[in-house]
Design a binder for this molecule. Structure first.
Ligand code: SAM
Length: 275
């Protein structure tokens, strides 16, 4: 029975890999995902789109006290449809949301009342030119990033971190919370209702070619090397809480968080001016 379940999952994963190609093309895969989404929120189709009280409200006390310059705008990096962004604007004067997917950004704009004054932009963290253009427009920012780095292939993560350093500049602080393990292993333990045997909320992600790799704290020095980054704080044994899944309850996916700052003598922003 267990063997059958595994064969079903592996054949689905292989099929989607063949169909969509290189898992590193996150821009293409995430646009595939977001353009299929019709309903959001706790009762909607989006796996991680839980109420802020079960998401960014848990993050806020972990990172806000560590922000060195609270006058900087806060960037919600990989903001999706902007649910957490709309919570964060209640706690920061200026918030900007960015995502690699134009459909996600369109959805975030649609769901955000104009009076919140949140700005949204399309930005691919794997394109250095996007980070430089954003930094030219907004200057240094603090960054909130919930469950984004883990969707990148391991070989792409250092390049992505360099883009974050450009955005943070000399004064910004980064908070990231990421899935600790390959999320698939956790989701496999939950009852499924989809062709792959996974909960349909998860199946709907993998069927677009988007891939969860995970971010283990042991990877931190490779992605954020000590020569370029200062680890301000970190924590393990926390969870990313999904919306209610097929079994009727939230998924509680093992996660870890880091608070990081580019070192003044690092060259993350490419201008060598961190002194
Ligand atoms: C799991 S979702 C999390 C969304 C949001 N942070 C939240 O918690 O509701 C991951 C998001 O990262 C975005 N993303 C993936 N790769 C990206 C990249 N290279 N640059 C910017 N955003 C990216 C996806 O489009 C997606 O919206």
């Amino acid at each position: 029975m267990e063997l059958l379940k595994s064969a079903r999952l592996i054949s689905n994963v292989l099929f989607f890999r063949l169909k969509w190609g290189n898992p590193g093309e996150v821009d293409r895969h995430w646009e595939n995902y977001w353009r299929t989404i019709r309903t959001t929120g706790r009762e909607g189709q989006v796996l991680w789109d839980n109420e802020p009280e079960r998401a960014s409200a848990e993050d806020l006390p972990r990172f806000k006290p560590h922000i060195v310059d609270p006058s900087l705008p806060l960037l919600d990096f990989g903001c999706g449809n902007g649910r957490q962004t709309r919570y964060l604007i209640k706690h920061f004067d200026r918030v900007i949301g960015t995502d690699v997917s134009p459909s996600a950004v369109a959805k975030a704009r649609e769901e955000t009342p104009a009076e919140m004054k949140i700005e949204y932009r399309v930005l691919n963290g794997l394109k250095a030119e996007d980070a430089h253009a954003f930094h030219d427009e907004f200057g240094d920012v603090n960054i909130y990033m919930r469950t984004v780095l883990h969707v990148l292939q391991d070989e792409d993560k250092p390049k992505f971190a360099e883009s974050l350093a450009v955005l943070l500049g000399e004064r910004g602080t980064l908070y990231q919370i990421e899935l600790s393990l390959c999320a698939l292993d956790y989701f496999r333990t939950l009852p499924g209702n989809s062709p792959s045997g996974l909960p349909s909320h998860v199946h709907n992600v993998i069927k677009t070619g988007a891939t969860s790799v995970g971010f283990d704290p042991v990877q931190r020095p490779r992605v954020y090397p000590d020569s370029k980054w200062e680890v301000v704080d970190h924590g393990a044994n926390v969870t990313i809480n999904t919306v209610p899944l097929y079994h009727g309850d939230e998924g509680r996916v093992p996660a870890n968080y880091f608070i990081l700052r580019p070192r003044q003598n690092g060259n993350g922003n490419g201008n060598g001016s961190h002194g």
